[in-house]
Design a protein around this ligand. Sequence first.
Ligand SMILES: NC(=O)c1ccc[n+]([C@@H]2O[C@H](COP(=O)([O-])OP(=O)(O)OC[C@H]3O[C@@H](n4cnc5c(N)ncnc54)[C@H](OP(=O)(O)O)[C@@H]3O)[C@@H](O)[C@H]2O)c1
Length: 419
Amino acid sequence: MKSKSGKRIGIFGFGCVGQGLHDVLQENPHLDVARICVRDQEKLRTLPKHHFTYDAQELLQDESIDLYAELISDPKEALLIVRQALRAGKTIVSANKKMISENLTELVALQEEFGGTLLYEAAVCGSIPILRTLEAYYGNEPLLEVSGILNGSSNYILTKLDAEGISYNEALAQAQALGFAEADPTLDVGGYDTLHKISLIAAHAFGAVVKPEQVLRAGIQHISRKDVALAQALGGRIRLVATAKLNQNNKLELQVLPTLVFPDSELYHVEAEFNGVQLEARYAGDQFLKGRGAGSHPTGSAVWADVSAALAGYKYSYPKFRHNEEGELRPVPVEEDDELKIYVRSTMPEFLPQLPWRELTVFGEGKREIQLVGTIRRKDLLLHLSALKQTIAFIAQLPAHVSAEQVVAASCIALEEAA
Ligand SMILES: NC(=O)c1ccc[n+]([C@@H]2O[C@H](COP(=O)([O-])OP(=O)(O)OC[C@H]3O[C@@H](n4cnc5c(N)ncnc54)[C@H](OP(=O)(O)O)[C@@H]3O)[C@@H](O)[C@H]2O)c1
């Protein structure tokens, strides 16, 4: 049976997201699905074999296909597919945040040169329509800050640690069993996935093409019950928060850091696998979007929304990009000189005090572990971060109003309660 629109879509990938999109398209038959390109010829599938191809070129060279959805888990192959489609002036939607964030300049240029379209709402916060909101609604209004919880796996783990007092490894195992975390969870818990997403947000919200090394990034993999209890004793919770903030010097502050949040923050109330994004706009003020950041149908829904928009002729306009007279993209300056207040717990007591702290309070000192609250310049933290991570450190940002004395007092309370 022919679909309503008579248009044909070629799908790459039939995993979590590809199947989600396929389900949505079956229930809403606006499009005909051409073959689906996958990799493994032996895998058992929920559809008969004749629906599949194992050769990407069979789809890419099929002139009867009107648009593509690239939903594979291999970023290198995904880039080749997207490049080829854009060079042919085609329309393609993708969910691959790593591939897009690492190649954004090239992918924008290809669209300009060959007239094709690339949309990727599903790559950032699954079902939350954040990119379209930034593009279409806040295209002209200056934004001051976009920050949020952008990774469902990490948030699920942090929620379980907080609510059930279980260990990090137990929480990770639960997240894996429920399909919220990959077998190799490094991209999620190490903050890389969040970094890819905040980079895409920074492009649409601030016109910035961000290099990964410009972003302060730490993950949650070394969090312990001690850190969770300390946050609770302070009346807060730890969440993995990504921030892109234009400060008073018109420079971008960029970070992905475990962060202490309090009940007056919307992010405190984002639980389990949910994502939440808060926006601060110059005239509109504060806005908050919350929803499912991953999963088969929520992400399939976002891909479908892109497919529908693309068929209606929608393209990203990157309204915040600024160009010089030669047409080159003007970089947005990134802040390096501001100070951050951070909490660190590390297993290498001798190393930590050697960093160039502006202020430093050390507590919980033992032979094998040290805790501290310190103020440090962003530039210095960026420089020493990889060495710091090698000390098996858990690092969290503290709001400026939380004093070192409060943290030390809370750590005593947490210790008493644990005893
Ligand atoms: N899962 C989510 O909730 C979510 C949310 C937002 C964005 N995303 C993004 O969406 C994309 C897909 O994720 P997923 O969770 O659906 O992955 P997945 O469940 O692991 O499925 C990946 C699919 O890609 C296919 N594939 C991998 N390499 C291929 C290649 N070289 N050529 C052809 N097909 C290939 C696999 O084929 P086989 O079936 O033959 O193995 C499989 O069908 C990723 O970029 C991911 O980051 C995922």
